[in-house]
Design a protein around this ligand. Structure first.
Ligand SMILES: [Zn+2]
Length: 162
């Protein structure tokens, strides 16, 4: 552990000395962010996306350079995705059949209001309810979901409207 730490410290020291020796003061200031940085000599990683068909007899490859323009597009794409996920449609889309089944199982196929269950009443129609409705900023997350019998769900909805 100690040896490793010393090695890292020595390495950093060497690099700083190297920078001071080899760069002019102005250039060093630029590198350290004191002044406006000249972006023209920055290194941008290039990513290669490759598709190879299952049989292996055809392939496609695309190079994407992560330059400032592409980074900006990427950030825009991510923020759009996040905005959508937080929207009403996004939250509704997160409610998958798998999640519904998970919540019902967690709640033992029992309505959380009247405690009727499919065990007691095989034809009981159970629904998944957002405890805080999506329209009020509720999220499609397990903590905000509960199993309700459809009758209790309608009653709850009616109460909320008032
Ligand atoms: Zn109920």
């Amino acid at each position: 552990m100690m040896i490793k730490k010393e090695k890292i410290l020595k390495d950093i020291k060497n690099r700083i000395t190297f920078l001071i020796k080899h760069l002019s003061k102005k250039k060093l200031e630029e590198k350290l962010g004191f002044e406006e940085i000249d972006f023209s000599d920055l290194y941008f990683p290039k990513y290669t996306f490759q598709y190879i068909s299952p049989g292996g007899n055809s392939s496609m490859s695309v190079d994407v350079k992560f330059d400032l323009e592409n980074l900006e597009k990427f950030i825009e794409y991510l923020s759009e995705k996040i905005k959508w996920q937080n929207s009403v449609e996004g939250q509704r889309a997160l409610m998958t059949p798998k999640l519904r089944e998970f919540i019902k199982e967690r709640d033992n196929y029992t309505c959380r209001i009247c405690h009727n269950s499919t065990e007691k009443e095989p034809n009981l129609l159970l629904e998944i309810d957002h405890i805080v409705p999506i329209s009020r900023g509720g999220k499609t997350e397990v903590e905000n979901l509960q199993t309700l019998r459809w009758k209790c769900n309608r009653r709850k909805g009616a109460k909320l409207v008032v």
